[in-house]
Design a protein around this ligand. Structure first.
Ligand code: PHE
Length: 331
């Protein structure tokens, strides 16, 4: 037994300590076996033996507990040291940024038109009524103004509801030929699965001197070619439509890239996705900027809509909620 007490002092881990406990006090332990001897002797020696064994047991338990306390502390210390982290350490490797999916899409759109020799233009986000509406053949009280849930300021200015006012500003400051696109943010008072109060559009405008220089065929070619650049070999159709600033006007559909035209949830089982608005610039717009004897076309598209389709994102709001789990998928 004394050997065991010195062994207790020597062990270096609580696990080894537990092994000793089992050897001595476990079901088949040496001390447990000695307690069994109590059954087979007379009352007097039983008393003596019990006293001796109980004292031994107490001493053993105490030695065990004392050593355990020392070893536990030592082990805790070791564990803490091993798991030590320097919270003040700056790690730039975890903070790599990435382009936002909407900007990725915008870059790709801009790339196409720049390669097609369009110049890039910008205009103010806070617009006046003349550029956002009036000059675009949308006089006051025109019912089409209701389509664009406008944010107004007290002084009558407004947040532009589309990028079309940049058409007007470009024509005011430049003479034809014009071949430009204008990417930028626009604002409408709307918020649901497919609308956010701020989103991005790309506007396109081509104007040439001469009444018949630019035709609908030019417009059709460039938009078809553009959509195939963006989405691969899609079918494209022009559906007659209305915009106050273009005449004739069309909405452009492409065959659904998810079901290849056979009908699915994304295309509302029509096989077609609406992706662009376009048309030949209305004469009233040319009049408003003082242009004569010209012809031209214009188009507009929503960048978020393109990004939702290209990346298969079902809820537009995902682009604006800054959830890293979503954004990091575009690294
Ligand atoms: N400005 C239109 C819109 O916001 C899009 C458009 C632009 C349509 C140019 C025709 C020509 O819906």
């Amino acid at each position: 037994m004394e050997a065991i007490f010195s062994k207790i002092q020597e062990v270096q881990s609580t696990a080894e300590l537990e092994e000793i406990r089992i050897l001595v006090m476990g079901k088949k332990g040496s001390l447990t076996a000695r307690f069994a001897e109590l059954k087979c002797c007379d009352a007097e020696s039983k008393k003596m033996l019990a006293k001796e064994l109980n004292a031994l047991k107490l001493r053993f338990e105490k030695a065990l507990a004392d050593r355990k306390e020392v070893l536990s502390l030592k082990e805790l210390e070791e564990k803490l040291n091993a798991e030590k982290i320097d919270v003040s350490l700056f790690s730039p490797s975890n903070l790599k940024g990435a382009h936002h999916p909407v900007m990725l899409m915008l870059d790709r759109i801009v790339k196409y038109f720049v390669e097609m020799n369009f110049s890039l233009n910008v205009g103010p986000l806070v617009e006046d009524d003349f550029h956002n509406f009036e000059a675009l053949n949308l006089p006051k009280y025109h019912p089409a103004r209701d389509m664009q849930d406008t944010f107004y300021f007290k002084d009558g200015k407004l947040l532009r509801t589309h990028t079309s006012p940049v058409q007007v500003r470009t024509m005011e400051s430049q003479q034809p030929p014009i071949r430009m696109i204008c990417p930028g943010s626009v604002f409408r008072c709307d918020y649901d699965l497919t609308h956010t109060p701020m989103f991005h559009q790309v506007e396109g405008l081509v104007v040439e001197q001469g009444k018949d220089s630019v035709s609908f065929a030019h417009l059709k070619f460039i938009l078809e070619d553009f959509l195939r650049f963006m989405f691969g070999n899609v079918k494209v159709r022009f559906r007659s439509s209305f915009f106050p600033f273009t005449e004739p006007s069309a909405e452009v559909d492409m065959s659904c890239i998810f079901c290849k035209g056979s009908g699915c949830r994304v295309c509302s089982h029509t096989g077609w996705l609406e992706v662009l608005g376009c048309g030949m610039v209305d004469d009233n717009v040319f009049k408003a900027v003082g242009y004569e004897n010209v012809s031209g076309y214009a188009f507009g598209l929503g960048v978020e809509r393109f990004a939702m389709l290209a990346y298969g994102v079902p809820d537009l709001r995902a682009f604006f909620e800054s959830d890293l789990r979503i954004l990091e998928q575009f690294k």
